[in-house]
Design a protein around this ligand. Structure first.
Ligand code: GAR
Length: 186
């Protein structure tokens, strides 16, 4: 599930493209103008756009339950996940967050807002967190975290670039590790 540009979705699709043990059952977005809808065409996929009503009133949840996914991946998905979803998929929903949670998490903390705040606070490092999704924004158990150091002269765009590099490098590998219960260190 994604709301934006889709660089993570694209990277995940590419990583698993020739893996016969993985099937991407669908790419779902709440945003009809999301870049992700274009990007996935390269993988012969059509995105599924949904609205607030189907997301909150059960019809989308029923649709996804019927697919029986092993994992639901939030890759830049910006709506808060309801309790009904968390109950339906305990420990089967993961999210990537472009900061070192618990710092820079919660409502309003997404994408460039995070990098701006990191810059304003003169942080010497930032990073990514991949975590299970629970009822609270950005509060589920951590699965993976990694850091990158920042230089005083780097601006929010530099920070975004560094974060994207980490996401590209690690997110698909973490997904594979979860799905295949692979103990090998990432
Ligand atoms: C990613 O950096 C992801 O970590 C972040 O949104 C971006 C989506 O980029 N997610 C959040 O901020 C969630 N709170 P993408 O659409 O290019 O994958």
């Amino acid at each position: 599930m994604a709301s934006g540009n889709g660089s993570n979705v694209e990277n995940i699709c590419r990583f698993f493209e020739h893996n016969d043990n993985i099937e991407i059952l669908g790419v779902y977005t709440n945003n009809p103008r999301a870049g992700v809808l274009e990007l996935i065409k390269a993988f012969d996929m059509e995105g599924i756009v949904f609205d607030r009503t189907s997301f909150t009133k059960g019809s989308l949840l029923r649709e996804i339950k019927d697919l029986k996914p092993d994992l639901i991946v939030l890759a830049g998905f910006l709506w808060k996940i309801g309790v009904d979803w968390v109950k339906a998929f305990p420990n089967k929903m993961i999210n990537i967050h472009p900061a070192l949670l618990p710092k820079y998490g919660g409502k309003g903390m997404y994408g460039s807002h995070i990098h701006e705040a990191v810059k304003e606070n003169n942080e010497k490092e930032t990073g990514i967190t991949i975590h299970y999704v629970n009822e609270e924004f950005d509060k589920g158990d951590f699965i993976f975290q990694t850091t990158v150091s920042l230089l005083p002269e780097e601006n929010k765009f530099d920070i975004a670039t560094k974060i994207q590099r980490l996401e590209q490098q690690y997110f698909p590998k973490v997904i594979a590790q979860i799905l295949f219960n692979n103990e090998n260190k990432i």
